[in-house]
Ligand binder design. Sequence first.
Ligand SMILES: [Zn+2]
Length: 138
Amino acid sequence: MMRYASDGRPLPTPTDTSRPFFEGAREKRLVLQRCPRDGFFFYPRSHCPSCLGVDWQWETVSGRGSVHAFTVDRVGHDPALASQVPFAVAIVELDEGPRMSANIVGCEVDAVSVGMRVEAAFEDVDDITLVRFRPCGD
Ligand SMILES: [Zn+2]
């Protein structure tokens, strides 16, 4: 079921599988599942996407990575996000390997570029913490 923040943005609903991801975010930690055979993966899922194993563990990762690809919404394609434009949505390749999608914050949208180094940033929205990425110095 879709739910919305007090400012109108859509919010994720943690499940039994994804709850540790959001609990980590609340503590300002980026946590990912890691399979003992195949390494880290994203997004939260009940089985390793490579071997379908269930013996993965949650681990805190560096939160650092590089912009692999991005787009900028300047018009508000989703009416629920129209108040947020312009905003950048990127696929970030984490230093640990997996790619995850997230908003890029902390800079003008025109400053976002492929290859830009970023680090996780955390935004508390009502009862949940969202993972974003912002430029970092390395
Ligand atoms: Zn695996």
